[in-house]
Design a protein around this ligand. Structure first.
Ligand SMILES: Cc1cc2nc3c(=O)[nH]c(=O)nc-3n(C[C@H](O)[C@H](O)[C@H](O)COP(=O)(O)OP(=O)(O)OC[C@H]3O[C@@H](n4cnc5c(N)ncnc54)[C@H](O)[C@@H]3O)c2cc1C
Length: 381
């Protein structure tokens, strides 16, 4: 039985890799330098069924197990060089589409889910503020009730997809003195006149993913724009983070496999001192360690999928996956660059771009320190 499941997931993964190579190839050097977001690639991924895949059938999705989606993500990461595009899709999926499917009212789902699934709407999640990063629930953005609406004032920063998004999940507090118990999630459309979006922020890696700031000035939303319940935004946030931390790095598993294969080829074909560099234990052991770490990382991500598919809580396992995969990914990317030597250090080489792309993983969705705090707290410390 379990072999059949493995074969099924391998076939999903390989099919997605084939789709990515065939449909998502782009001039990544130019796109990365200029920070170009590929809307056509986004649309193709939506049509491929990526966003609707794990949304329940009664909400118009395919109702596939999360583990199947993880396998597809792994395949996309292997076949697609545009890691920024995959990062944008991940943000949209785990922090907007999925929370809407889980916490949305029937009216909210009907209104937004079909367009979020078919790729015509882009979603973004606004929780971080200048003074509320890791300490996210100290946010200052405030929502004040006014008749049958709320008025939002404040600002958000480092928001993935913000410059191009149509729909935002904005976290605001109804009373800062309540701490986490005041935080409420609101669905806000980009066309709202009270919402201003900045130009894209320049960043080190994942340059094809657009990141920006949001300013909310007397941004009026109807009371039925609350996602979940008033004062229960923490529930929406935590379930989004559980999914995102556990699954977002599935694409990097594929990317790491691709890098590993390239390193093996390079170690076999690059000769120094009259022999292939891979004949040196310093290189072969580094590659052996990369293989072991990749296999361990994969297990941690699929464990989250299995737990969620069984209807279980995976808060600690998601933090373990996020911590281990992101730390592995950054070290792995540096190791790859070292194996390639100066060739790998050149601007626009896959290893140079790979290293730049990897570094954000130890920051977004909660830094590594915050993942350790979560694990320690789940262990009762
Ligand atoms: C590529 C990228 C995409 C992002 N996308 C989004 C998005 O779509 N939406 C969104 O809302 N946000 C987004 N963010 C923001 C992200 O969530 C924050 O950057 C992250 O939570 C850390 O906050 P900070 O950068 O303000 O760092 P800070 O909180 O200032 O932390 C600085 C350092 O202090 C450490 N630190 C802080 N508190 C503790 C503690 N209690 N224990 C131990 N160490 C601690 C941190 O680990 C870190 O090393 C994104 C960030 C990046 C890099």
């Amino acid at each position: 039985m379990s072999n059949r499941i493995d074969e099924h997931r391998i076939s999903l993964r390989d099919n997605a890799a084939h789709f990515a190579r065939d449909q998502l190839s782009t001039d990544i050097t130019t796109s990365d330098r200029a920070g170009i977001f590929h809307r056509d690639g986004w649309q193709k991924c939506a049509e491929f069924g990526l966003i609707s895949m794990a949304i329940p059938e009664n909400l118009g999705g395919a109702g596939a197990p999360l583990s199947d989606l993880i396998a597809v993500m792994e395949g996309l990461g292997y076949g697609c060089e545009d890691q920024g595009l995959l990062f944008s899709l991940n943000a949209h999926l785990w922090t907007v589409a999925m929370p809407l499917a889980i916490h949305g009212t029937p009216e909210q789902r009907l209104r937004f889910l079909p367009s979020l699934m078919n790729g015509s709407l882009i979603g973004a999640n606004g929780s971080t503020e200048n003074e509320a990063g890791s300490d996210v629930f100290s946010m200052r953005t405030q929502a004040v009730r006014d008749g049958d609406s709320y008025i939002l004032n404040g600002s958000k920063t480092y928001i993935t997809n913000a410059p191009i998004a149509d729909l935002f999940v904005i976290y605001a507090t109804i009373d800062p003195t309540l701490g986490p118990l005041g935080v409420t999630a609101f669905l806000v459309e980009a066309i709202n006149p009270g919402m201003e979006l900045s130009a894209p922020l320049e960043k080190m890696g994942l340059r094809t993913a657009q990141m920006g700031q949001i300013t909310l000035k007397d941004c009026r939303v109807p009371a039925d724009a609350i996602l979940g319940r008033e004062g229960r935004g923490i529930k929406v946030f935590e379930s989004a983070m559980e999914h995102e931390r556990g699954c977002l790095l599935a694409t990097t598993l594929g990317s790491m496999r691709h890098t590993l294969e390239a390193c093996i080829t390079h170690a076999r074909t690059r000769h120094q001192f009259g022999q292939a560099i891979g004949k040196n234990q310093a290189i072969s052991h580094r590659i052996a360690d990369m293989k072991v770490n990749l296999d361990a990382a994969r297990e941690l991500v699929y464990r989250v999928g299995r737990l969620k598919d069984a209807g279980k809580d995976a808060m600690m396992e998601a933090a373990c996956a996020k911590l281990f995969v992101s730390e592995t990914y950054t070290k792995f990317s540096l190791d790859a660059l070292r194996i390639y030597g100066a060739q790998g250090y050149l601007a626009d080489s896959p290893t140079e771009r790979g290293l730049r792309n990897s570094i954000a993983s130890v920051i977004y969705s909660g830094t590594s320190d915050i993942q350790r705090n979560i694990i320690a707290s789940e262990l009762g410390l």
